[in-house]
Ligand binder design. Structure first.
Ligand code: ADP
Ligand code: MG
Length: 199
């Protein structure tokens, strides 16, 4: 398994970002941690809203900026935890709240500004990075699985997101061209392209 697996997709609008999030939601399990990374306004909360909706959360998901962590009940007796740890002292509070135990038992956690939270919450996690990369409303969403728990799902994750992202770019040749050029699509031989961590 390639530990450097990561893939990026161009999302020309918020609906596409949320469709990508929904595709990710199709593969989440209790105990999962998603770490969302990206500047203020990049779309971390928008992504979480797409994920939540696809998980069957009916409550409106709002930014947790002024609340340490929000709990959203989802079907099947599980919870979606949405936290924002833009200040490091909040991370200590989250650990003190016993969140790691709660996640293990019955929750899926989404943590904004996640890279800072990585070591404290779980050894395995999915890094979702959102970046403003082009024109108005465009974002690049990158997925980077860390740990066997997520790496085991990497291929399926890539395929699921590919399907929705390809549908979105099919609408515009300009977008499709720039997306293809920067991400090597379509991959030679129809396989799933793998690339190293982009840094
Ligand atoms: N392609 C896109 N993906 C995600 N958000 C987008 C996109 N295009 C525009 N937006 C807008 O950018 C804003 C992102 O805000 P938010 O999700 O709160 O950011 P963050 O949580 O990263 O600070 C939202 O108003 C959203 O509608
Ligand atoms: Mg936010």
């Amino acid at each position: 398994m390639n530990a450097g697996w990561s893939r990026s997709w161009c999302c020309p609008d918020v609906a596409t970002t949320q469709a990508v999030a929904a595709a990710v939601a199709g593969l989440v399990e209790v105990g999962d941690v998603l770490l969302l990374d990206g500047e203020l306004g990049a779309g971390k909360t928008a992504f979480t809203q797409g994920l939540a909706a696809a998980m069957g959360v009916t409550e409106a998901v709002t930014s947790p900026t002024f609340t340490l962590v929000r709990h959203y009940p989802a079907p099947g007796g599980i919870e979606l935890l949405h936290a924002d740890v833009y200040r490091l002292d909040r991370l200590d509070e989250i650990v003190a709240l016993g969140l790691p135990e709660l996640i293990e038992e019955r929750a899926v956690a989404v943590v904004e500004w996640g890279e800072r939270a990585a070591p404290a919450l779980a050894p395995d996690y999915l890094v979702v990075r959102l970046e403003e990369t082009g024109g108005e409303g465009e974002r690049t969403v990158s997925l980077r699985p860390v740990g066997e728990r997520w790496l085991a799902r990497a291929e399926r994750l890539g395929e699921a997101v590919e399907a929705v992202a390809a549908e979105a770019v099919a609408g515009g040749p300009a977008v499709a061209a720039s997306w293809g050029a920067s991400h090597g699509y379509p991959p030679a031989g129809g396989g799933v392209a793998e690339e190293g961590r982009p840094e």
